[in-house]
Design a protein around this ligand. Structure first.
Ligand code: ZN
Length: 478
């Protein structure tokens, strides 16, 4: 039974979906004014792992992730780049999608853009107003938090902390427009610096506040109440706190059952920043000639509720972990014997599967999950000589089954196979292999060995099996 840590209660709870067998998930997506950095991407790897595990456990998942394509930063940066808001945000939305695809993150079912949902936001703001939770000041509309008695529950903030928090993040102009410092904007009246970015609506000329975007889009696609909402811990307050206030004020019911938050990512113990020079986007990892799926493994293998301290050394460590899996799979391709019936591989697999599920059911305990797989691999190695070709295939299928959750082994293996096949399709290599075979048949072992070493220099390892020679690549991960 799956258990998850719910930020709302600060407890690990049994996951019970609203509709049996179905799960609705909303994730706060990127604000598209720049390339995503690896800290941003951690949040999307986390939700990908959650989603893949829910699917693996038999749930039908509907996943919505928004794209924030209008806010202060997108407007400012588009103006600085002399581009329209749409042109500017289109570019970074595409870059984001490319990034998540290169990390083998499953695409959300729906990726709504804020600018395409202005009528829904206006409706929601009207509803909040009708219930008396908002007021107009200087043509902007604010949420009146003193009216919402549960305010701050998610962040577990008392009213005193709230005052201090809010005081630190307000500028003077905001302050005198609001009745109370914590009140937040639902609809921002147009100002000259917004340029051509505005919507003329029945609640005024302007644009939505950031928080209302997520309340409106999640409700549109998942309903007034849904199962899981995800995001980074930095979103608990004020963003998610405000989403709850808006939605519950409008619909008079609980907004979300399970709030799941991933921890921060640090680089060499420090917060990532461009000025410190410790800022990494995927492009920087690629420039260092590392396979991006290794970055997936790094972001995946630390439990989502632990701070992840990234260093460049992690890439080499991830490489050696991935190599373990891949050389295991490549080794299975070398199994050619009929095998004996002494090996109960089905039982070994079902035991391992049980261990993996037990770990993941416990709030996605990925390190135990991976450890259970390594134990399985070790057990198989111990019995290597007993494995039949069919069993080798069963083992491989099992690893691929688990990789439906992990998402890095199969794609790396397929890359490996492609490189191998490409090499084996070249005439020169083929000639060398057949020459070596001939030499061996003629018992000219000296010549055969010489060719074997030449092939090794070209990155190909030849192993002789009962059914002839088999080739693999020396370099398992490119
Ligand atoms: Zn959001």
């Amino acid at each position: 039974m799956l258990k998850l840590f719910n930020t709302l209660t600060r407890k690990i709870e049994i996951f019970r979906p609203i509709k049996q067998g179905k799960v609705g998930i909303y994730s706060c997506g990127p604000t598209v004014y720049d390339f995503a950095h690896i800290g941003n991407l951690r949040a999307y790897i986390f939700v990908d792992l959650l989603k893949r595990y829910l699917i693996y456990s038999g749930f039908k998942v509907k996943h919505v992730m928004n794209i924030t394509d209008v806010d202060d930063k997108t407007i400012k940066n588009s103006q600085q780049n002399n581009k329209s808001l749409q042109e500017f945000t289109d570019f970074y939305s595409k870059a984001f999608i490319k990034d998540i695809k290169s990390l083998n993150i499953k695409m959300p079912d729906i990726m709504p853009r804020a600018t395409k949902h202005i009528p829904e936001m206006v409706d929601l703001i009207k509803k909040i107003g009708k219930h008396g939770y908002s007021y107009k000041s200087e043509k902007s509309i604010y949420f009146k938090i003193s009216k919402f008695s549960d305010y701050g529950k998610l962040a577990q903030l008392d009213k005193q902390t709230l005052k201090q928090n809010a005081a630190g993040r307000l500028n003077i102009s905001d302050e005198y427009e609001k009745e109370q410092v914590n009140d937040f904007v639902l609809w921002k009246a147009w100002q000259p610096e917004d340029g051509e970015v505005f919507w003329d609506t029945e609640i005024g000329k302007g644009r939505p506040g950031w928080h209302i975007e997520c309340s409106a889009m999640s409700t549109k696609y998942l309903g007034e109440i849904f199962d899981i909402h995800t995001g980074g811990v930095d979103l608990i307050f004020p963003h998610h706190t405000n989403e709850i206030a808006q939605s519950e004020a409008a619909f008079k019911k609980k907004f979300v059952n399970y709030w799941l938050h991933n921890e921060h990512l640090l680089v060499e113990g420090k917060k990532m920043s461009k000025s410190l020079g410790n800022f990494y986007a995927l492009k920087d990892i690629k420039d260092k000639k590392y396979n991006l799926l290794l970055m997936r493994l790094i972001l995946l293998k630390t439990h989502y509720r632990k701070v992840l301290n990234f260093t460049l050394k992690d890439l080499d460590e991830a490489k050696s972990i991935a190599e373990k899996f891949l050389s295991f799979l490549a080794g299975l391709d070398f199994v050619v014997c009929g095998g004996s019936n002494n090996l109960d591989i089905k039982n070994m697999i079902s035991q391992s599967r049980k261990e993996f599920k037990k770990a993941m059911d416990n709030d996605l305990n990925i390190s135990s999950g991976l450890a259970s797989l390594f134990d399985f691999i070790e057990e198989v190695y111990k019995r290597k000589s007993l494995i039949s070709t069919n069993q080798a295939q069963e083992i491989k299928n099992y690893i691929f089954e688990i990789d439906e959750v992990l998402g890095f082994i199969r794609p790396l293996y397929e890359q490996y196979q492609m490189r191998l096949n490409k090499k084996l399709a070249t005439k020169k290599i083929l000639n060398m292999i057949s020459k070596r075979e001939k030499a061996r048949k003629n018992k000219d072992y000296k010549e055969a060995d010489k060719i074997r070493i030449d092939l090794l220099e070209k990155g190909i390892v030849i192993e002789d099996t009962e059914k002839g020679d088999k080739a693999r690549l020396l370099k398992i991960i490119d």
